[in-house]
Each structure stands twice: as C-alpha cells, then as structure tokens.
Design a binder for this molecule. Structure first.
Ligand code: ARG
Length: 586
C-alpha cells in the first residue's frame, strides 16, 4: 500500500544513520493495529547493540535505541498519507492518516480487482506435481483432496509471484494395469465405456481384484499376460494404449468439473527405462548394493548417511530386474529439473509416503545433484467419512466425486430454492453447482493439510458456519447492496465520519490479503487464506447488520458502498486462490 512512501522513509533513516556514524541496517517494519490510527513501526535495538559493540563502549542499549529513534523522529519528513512520527522505547512509530489510509485500501483493491494481492515476480520457477491418479482404477475422495490442495497451492504460488508448472504424474503401468486388462479380455472384451468412464474403469478394476482372489487360474493367467506385456506384444500394447486413454478421458472430466488444468503430464511408463539407467549409475557409484540374483538392488541409506532408523533402506530394482515405484521416481526427479529448469520441485503426496519421499530425496542428494535442497514433499492427510470410515478402493467405502457432487448439488439447490425461489431454474442450478464445488473444496482446504478431514455434509454446506456457502453468501450480500444502490460504484473518497469497529476491522482484513498470500505461499498452507476469507465474511456480516448504507448521508453511503465492493472483491480473491468461484446471486 505504501511501498513508495516506505522507500522514501527508509532513505531518510539510512541518511540519518550515515550522518551520525551509525551502522546501516535493513529496516524491518511491523504493523501497528488500529488505535485511532493505523501505522507501522521499526525497532532500533539491534542497531543500537551493534553500534555499542562496534564502538567497544559500554552503554545502555535501550537508551541508545531510544536516542536513535528520537533523532530520526525529529528530522523525518513524512510523505503524504502519514500523520505523525513518534519515538517510544527504542521504536520509531509512524502513524497514517486514518482518512487517507481508509481511502487508499479501498482504492487499491477496487482498481486492482482480481489481481489484488499479486506479488512481484520472484524469479522462481516451481513445479507442483499433484493429483497423480493411477489409470485403470477408480478416482475417489482421497484423490480429491490431493487435486484440490495441489490446485490451490499452484494458485497461491502463482499469485505470490512464482512461475508455476502444474504437473500430473499418472500411474499407467504395473500389476494393476495388467490385472485390469486380464479381466477386460476375459470378461468384457470389446466393451467400451459410454459415460461415467472413471467409475466404469474402477468397477472393472474391483472385479479384477475380486476374480484374482477367487479364481484359481487367475494368478497364472495374469502372470502370462505380464510376460506378454514385458515382450511388448503389439496387441497388448495397443489395448493398453486404448484403455489408458479411457482413463485419461475420465480424469479430464473430473478435472474439468473441478476447474483444474495441467501444464504437463508425466507417465510412469516414460520413466521406467531411464530409471533403470539411474539404478546402474547408483551401483557404479557404489551407492546401491546389487544383491541379485538372490536379492534386490538396494540403497542402504542409513549406512551411507551414518544415521540409524532414519532413512532405512530403499529398494530400487527387483531381483528379476523389473522396476519399482522408486526406480521411476529417481528418473522423474531429474527429468523435471532438466526439462523445466526449475528452482523448486514440490510433490503433493499422501502423508503415508513421507519416509519414501525422504528416501528418494536423500538418494538424489547422495548422487550429487545440486537442487536436492529444493525438493519438497507437501504431505496431506486422508479424508474420512462421518463415522470414521476411511475411503479406500479395497474395502468398498469409496465415494466417487460424481456421487458427492450429485448429493452436494441437490442439497445446495434445496437451499437456493428456499432463499431465492423466484430465480430461473437454470440460474438456480448453476448457483447450486458453484456452491456444491465450493463446499467440497473449502472443507478440504480449511483444515491444515497435515490433519485428517472428516467430511460432513451439514458442516460443508453450512450457511451459518465456517464453510464456503457462508463466505459466498457474504459476498452476494455485498453485491445486493450495490445493486440496490443503483449498481454504479461511487468514485474514490475518504470517510468524513468516525469509522465503526466493523469498518475498521474490514479495512484491516482487506489490507491483510497481500501479506497472507505471501505467508501462504511461503508455508504452502491454504488454511491461512481459508481463514481470512471466513474472517472477511464474518466481519462483513457484522458490518451489514450494524452499518446502514442506503439511508445514510452521501459521504457515509458512498464510502460504505465502496467498502462493500472492496470486501466483496477481497473475498473473491481469497476464494479464487482456493479454486472457489463466488456467484453473483444465491
Ligand atoms: N500414483 C501414485 C499413487 O497412486 C502416486 C504418485 C505420487 N508421485 C510420485 N512422484 N511418487 O500412489
């Protein structure tokens, strides 16, 4: 908000320090919350201590800091928008003019619109790998948290100023695919999925799993098919390609529904051979122990690192020379950096793979790659259904996205019908869909990613609690005030009246958006923005209840209209970072 002014002030401070033979320092500002004024402050303690040390004299550091702060307060020329400077206990406090500041915050949000909070380019190119479903299998709610989290993290990093490459990594080979093809050839040959592809693929997988378990010949047949695959039997490869595409089409439908896009797709099949080459390299370098034919090829990480029970042993190739999950990840990590010249590589993966990820990262480090400090595992916890049912494809407790959406949309539609019965049916349906998707996403993003989400319909669709519909509804209210006032936003103005508490809080929260974006990006936490959106909605609702708009005098009305528009814009920005749309009406 005050970047230029801040620079001017820092210049003056540094000039003062120089003139007085004091050490120069990077000036850190902290925020002064509203107490009649907003402001910013900086402390001179560290500088005073440094000075004392440099001069080798004993002095009272507190008093010295205060002396410096006072000296600066005396000479400083305050830029426009600042009201006064004071030196208190070693701090220099600079107070903004409340009127000017309240005008500026609103002007900034409204002029920047959806770009509000965008950070300057950081020069970082970050790849975020997320979603990573296995083809030929179902896509359930556990996978959903990954997509929703990964997508939001991408939005946040991008907004914070990073260049982001959105990557997916599809598990398109392995036993599960062979098993699927075996079942297909034997019992479904010639069939094609018509609609709801992912469910159909998942059903055949479940059937394959069951038959594999029940049928005595299954194991031998599956192994024979695996051998054909290994020989790259043309018919099998062709079937694999075709059926894999079905899965990809099905996943695309899901991504469309969720509004998620990828810049690059990786496939497990493309890093298998290159992975084996890396295993050879590991053996050559003496990092991997080749225990074939009796055993596998392993990297004894604890032995190599001198640790105990920390990294354990990573198996990188089977005794029969076939590849493993790890074989491919070694190659994938390198490929990413080489292809995209990354500065950072983030993996959004289930928390249960944490040790595994550390093993991969450590192995890369031992191989001497320079970027291994910039490999990051963003772990997330599982999603439970109410009643503590874990969603898993094996025990049949899977809930599909489509089922969830159908249910969510029906519930949301019922609420919209109640609130706004006169809207056209089509509009109601669209709103219900936006509300349903929002409810789903928010319930997963408003919890720390390291905590389990227990999915609960009542809570997710709560119009009165910490849930997306409540937040969306606050923005819709702001919109309806603006519509009532004729739909034309008044031009920039400062409030000529004493702001109420909820107005002060609103301005505070709106001004906090850019900082929270930076903090979320740094810590990879969507939670901060989910909370900020909720706080904005809550305070806006207080404002809506307590501060009349239309019936007030012109200055009050116009300022409050702009404040409403700004609050709405701030909510839209926060929700958009979570991948959630804000409807115009509800
Ligand atoms: N497809 C894997 C699974 O379903 C997840 C892949 C995660 N990414 C990775 N680079 N290992 O478990």
């Amino acid at each position: 908000m005050f970047e230029n002014e801040q620079k001017l002030i820092e210049k003056q401070i540094n000039a003062y320090l120089k003139e007085n033979g004091l050490p120069e320092a990077a000036i850190q500002w902290t925020w002064i919350p509203f107490s009649g004024n907003w402001g910013m402050a900086t402390s001179f303690f560290q500088l005073a201590a440094q000075d004392a040390k440099a001069k080798g004299v004993k002095m009272n550091v507190g008093a010295h800091a205060q002396e410096i702060a006072q000296g600066i307060a005396d000479i400083i020329q305050l830029p426009d928008g600042f009201e006064r400077a004071e030196a208190v206990r070693g701090y220099l406090n600079l107070y903004f003019s409340t009127k000017d500041y309240s005008r500026r915050v609103i002007d900034t949000v409204l002029s920047e619109g959806n770009d509000y909070g965008k950070g300057a380019p950081t020069g970082e190119r970050v790849m975020v790998e997320f979603s990573q479903p296995n083809t030929h299998k179902a896509f359930h709610v556990g996978h959903l948290r990954n997509v929703i989290l990964g997508n939001s993290v991408c939005n946040i990093l991008e907004k914070s100023g990073d260049e982001v490459v959105r990557a997916n990594y599809l598990g398109d080979i392995g036993l599960h695919v062979i098993k699927w093809m075996w079942c297909y050839l034997k019992y479904h040959n010639g069939e094609k999925p018509a609609e709801d592809i992912t469910r159909w693929m998942g059903d055949i997988y479940a059937e394959a799993d069951r038959r594999h378990h029940d049928e005595p010949d299954a194991d031998a047949e599956i192994r024979a098919l695996f051998a054909r695959w290994d020989r790259r039997d043309q018919d099998i490869v062709a079937l694999w390609k075709e059926t894999r595409q079905w899965s990809l089409d099905g996943f695309d439908d899901i991504y469309d529904e969720l509004g998620v896009k990828f810049d690059h797709l990786y496939f497990e099949s493309e890093v298998e051979d290159s992975g084996k080459v890396i295993v050879d390299e590991l053996i050559e370098k003496g990092l991997a122990t080749d225990e074939r034919p009796e055993g596998a090829v392993v990297v004894k990480l604890d032995d190599l690192c001198g640790t105990k029970d920390k990294y354990r042993v990573l198996v990188v190739l089977r005794s029969d020379g076939t590849s493993l999950y790890a074989t491919k990840d070694l190659s994938l990590a390198i490929k990413k950096f080489e292809q995209f010249d990354l500065t950072k590589s983030i993996y959004v993966i289930d928390v249960r793979q944490s040790l595994y990820m550390q093993q991969i990262f450590k192995t890369m480090e031992l191989m001497g790659y320079p970027w291994t400090k910039n490999l990051i595992h963003l772990a997330y916890e599982i999603v439970n259904l109410p009643g503590n049912v874990t969603m898993s494809s094996r025990d049949g407790t899977v809930v599909f996205l489509q089922d969830l959406l159908v249910e969510a949309t029906a519930r949301a539609l019922a609420i919209v019908n109640e609130k706004n019965p006169e809207l056209p049916e089509e509009t109601k349906k669209e709103i219900a869909h936006t509300v349903a998707i929002g409810a789903l996403k928010y319930s997963m993003l408003s919890r720390d990613n390291t905590k389990i989400v227990t999915f609960d319909w009542e809570a997710a669709l709560d119009f009165n609690g910490q849930a997306a519909p409540y937040i969306q509804y606050a923005a819709v209210r702001a919109n309806s005030i603006l519509r009532k006032a004729g739909g034309v936003l008044p031009g920039s103005l400062a409030p000529e009246y004493e702001l109420t508490d909820s107005e002060v809080q609103l301005i505070d929260l709106i001004a906090r958006v850019p900082k929270e974006i930076q903090r979320s990006a740094k810590e990879l936490k969507t939670l901060y923005l989910a909370n900020l959106a909720y706080d904005l909605a809550q305070v806006y609702n207080n404002f809506y209840r307590n501060c009349p708009v239309i019936q007030e005098n012109e200055n009050v009305m116009n300022y409050r209209l702009r404040l409403s528009a700004a609050a709405r814009q701030a909510i839209i920005v926060c929700l958009a970072l979570l991948g959630i749309d804000t409807p115009e009406m509800m």
